[in-house]
Design a protein around this ligand. Structure first.
Ligand code: CA
Ligand code: CA
Length: 178
């Protein structure tokens, strides 16, 4: 074991021409982007889509359960922009905010009314949307389109009803495809 030198001089082998500077900047950007992404600890329960800034989750999860999946420092806001009560379930349209300010919209497949549960009323809303009697926008439209084919049809309403009746489950594949 040698002694540490009292004074160390470091020489950088860096030629500050245009190409090298551009390369340095683009590598810094890549690093930053990968840091911004949020990850789920359990893809069976929550899938993060960094590109769409969207998180699809299983119904019936409390804000604390979701925080445990996504890690410290996230806040869960209701559709009204206020922090969601601990006693509530995280529903479609809720927002997850990371410590660095990034926001992700929650989609609970089948939960078209945003209460975090999948019930007969959700299937009814999807059926009304499929018949063009009403519209479901944004995250709610995605939640209604449970087979993720881009359209809300009677078949989606039927699948939602089967989930509500506990005849079917929301699989990991459904979470990943939304
Ligand atoms: Ca619901
Ligand atoms: Ca569909």
């Amino acid at each position: 074991m040698g002694h540490l030198p009292k004074k160390t001089t470091v020489y950088y082998d860096f030629d500050p021409n245009e190409d090298n500077i551009n390369r340095l900047i683009s590598s810094e950007n890549t690093t930053q982007d990968s840091n911004v992404g949020l990850d789920s600890k359990n893809p069976e329960k929550a899938v993060v889509n960094a590109e769409k800034k969207q998180i699809t989750i299983q119904p019936g999860q409390s804000p604390d359960e979701l925080k445990a999946l996504l890690g410290d420092g996230v806040t869960v806001l209701g559709a009204d922009g206020k922090e969601l009560d601990a006693g509530k379930k995280v529903g479609t349209g809720a927002i997850v905010k990371t410590s660095d300010g990034a926001e992700y919209t929650i989609v609970v497949p089948g939960d078209t009314d945003g209460d975090g549960k999948v019930g007969a009323a959700d299937a009814r809303a999807a059926l009304r949307a499929s018949a063009k009697l009403s519209t479901l926008d944004g995250a709610f439209g995605k939640a209604a389109d449970i087979n993720a084919d881009g359209k809300t049809k009677a078949a989606d309403a039927r699948s939602i009803l089967r989930v509500a009746a506990k005849l079917d489950k929301i699989t990991k594949d459904i979470l990943a495809q939304m």
